[in-house]
Design a binder for this molecule. Structure first.
Ligand code: F1P
Length: 346
C-alpha cells in the first residue's frame, strides 16, 4: 500500500495525482458510465471501486465478471470507460472482455501489477499497483494494492468532477496516508486468527456476511477460505441473509461477520443477533474496544477504527490470515492450492 501511495497523494494539499489517467481528464469529467471487468479477487476489488466511485465521483458503475461479459452481447459504446483489473495482467477472460469493449470504442483503463504484461499493452492508460510478485497463487497483497489504486481513482475522478468537497477529499487522503500503519496493526491479529482457525477447521461450510464496503470483504474472505483450505464458503450481503442463507444456520455453521463501526453498524448487530438466535457460531471482525459485539459474538477479531471507505483495506487482512491458518491446520498447500493457476491463460 505504501508503494501504491508513493508520489500519488499529497495529504497537505488533499489531492491525488495519477499520471496514467491525465490524458483522459476530459473523458473522466464527462463520463456517463464506468464498467469494471475482472475475475476472482480482482473482481472483488472492482466491487469496492463501485462503492467508492459512485459515492465520491457520482458516476454509475457496473462491475462485471470478465468471464461472463466476454460471452454475452453487452451494450458498450465509445461513451463508456472500462476499467480492467488484473494482478497477473495475463488472465485470458479479462483480455477477451477488453478486446470486446475496445471493439465497441470504449476507453480502456487498467489496474495491473505486472509492468509490460499483456493486459497493460491492451489498455489506453491506467495505474500499476506496484505490489511486487505474489508468492502464492491466491491473491492477497494484490487485493489490498488494487483496492488502494481504485480508491485513488475514485478520489481523482471526484476531484476532477468536483462531486465531493475539497475538505472531505483532504480528510480522506490524509487518512489514507495512515492506512499502512493501521494495516500493520491488522497483521497483529494473527494470534486471534490462529485460535479461531482451530474452531472452524472441521467446518463443512462457512458463511461470510458484510454490508456496504464490508460486502466485498465478505466475498473475498469466503473466496480465500475456498481457495486455500477447500472449505465451502459463501459471501453474502448481510441484508440478503433473510432471503435464503438463513436456512443454512445451525450450531454447525460458522458465520463470519464484518461488524465494524460503520454507518450500518446497528443493522449488522441485529444480523448477528439473528444468527445467534438460530445457534450459529459468530466470528465477528469488530472495531477495537467494541464491548457490545464482544458480548454477542462467540469470537471477535479487533481491528483499528478507520473511515468506512477503508474497511476493505483493513478487514480483509485478518480474513486472509484466518484462511491461511485454517489451511495450515488442514495440511493444505497454501502457496499452490490444488487446481488453481496463478495466471488463468485459457
Ligand atoms: C484472477 C484470479 C485470481 C485468483 C487466482 C486465479 O487473476 O481469479 O484472483 O487468486 O490466481 O486468477 P488476475 O486477473 O487478477 O491475475
Amino acid at each position: 500500500i505504501r508503494d501504491c501511495l508513493r508520489g500519488r497523494i499529497s495529504p497537505s494539499e488533499g489531492t491525488v495525482q495519477l499520471g496514467g489517467l491525465k490524458d483522459y481528464d476530459e473523458k473522466l469529467k464527462n463520463a456517463n458510465r464506468i464498467i469494471i471487468i475482472a475475475c476472482g479477487t480482482s473482481w472483488h476489488a472492482g466491487l469496492v471501486g463501485e462503492y467508492l466511485i459512485e459515492n465520491y465521483a457520482r458516476i454509475p458503475v457496473e462491475v462485471e465478471y470478465a468471464s461472463e461479459f466476454r460471452y454475452r452481447n453487452p451494450v458498450v459504446s465509445e461513451k463508456d470507460i472500462v476499467i480492467a483489473i488484473s494482478q497477473s495482467g495475463e488472465t485470458a477472460d479479462t483480455m477477451a472482455a477488453i478486446e470486446l469493449a475496445k471493439s465497441k470504442g470504449a476507453l480502456i483503463l487498467g489496474i495491473c501489477n505486472v509492468v509490460g504484461s499483456s493486459i497493460t499493452r491492451l489498455t489506453d492508460g491506467g495505474a500499476y499497483t506496484h505490489a511486487g510478485p505474489e508468492i502464492g497463487v491466491a491473491s492477497t497483497k494484490a487485493f489490498t494494492a488494487q483496492v488502494t489504486v481504485i480508491s485513488l481513482m475514485a478520489f481523482y475522478m471526484a476531484q476532477l468532477r468536483e462531486t465531493t468537497s475539497p475538505t472531505v477529499l483532504k480528510e480522506l487522503i490524509t487518512e489514507l496516508d495512515s492506512i499502512p500503519t493501521l494495516v500493520e496493526k491488522c497483521l497483529a491479529t494473527e494470534e486471534a486468527t490462529k485460535y479461531i482457525a482451530e474452531e472452524i477447521k472441521d467446518a463443512v461450510s462457512c458463511l461470510f456476511l458484510g454490508r456496504g464496503t464490508g460486502f466485498p470483504v465478505a466475498l473475498e474472505g469466503a473466496l480465500k477460505l475456498k481457495e486455500i483450505s477447500y472449505i465451502h464458503a459463501e459471501g453474502y450481503p448481510a441484508a440478503e441473509m433473510k432471503h435464503g442463507p438463513i436456512a443454512l444456520i445451525d450450531d454447525e455453521l460458522p458465520v463470519v461477520v464484518v461488524a465494524t463501526k460503520t454507518s450500518s453498524y446497528k443493522k449488522v448487530l441485529s444480523n448477528i443477533q439473528e444468527v445467534k438466535a438460530r445457534k450459529g457460531k459468530v466470528i465477528a471482525i469488530i472495531t477495537e474496544g467494541d464491548e457490545k459485539i464482544k458480548k454477542e459474538a462467540d469470537f471477535v477479531i479487533e481491528i483499528p477504527d478507520a473511515h468506512e471507505s477503508y474497511l476493505p483495506l483493513l478487514a480483509t487482512v485478518p480474513l486472509q490470515l484466518l484462511s491461511y491458518h485454517v489451511a495450515l491446520l488442514r495440511d493444505c498447500n497454501v502457496d499452490q492450492p490444488r487446481n488453481l493457476a496463478k495466471s488463468v491463460t485459457v
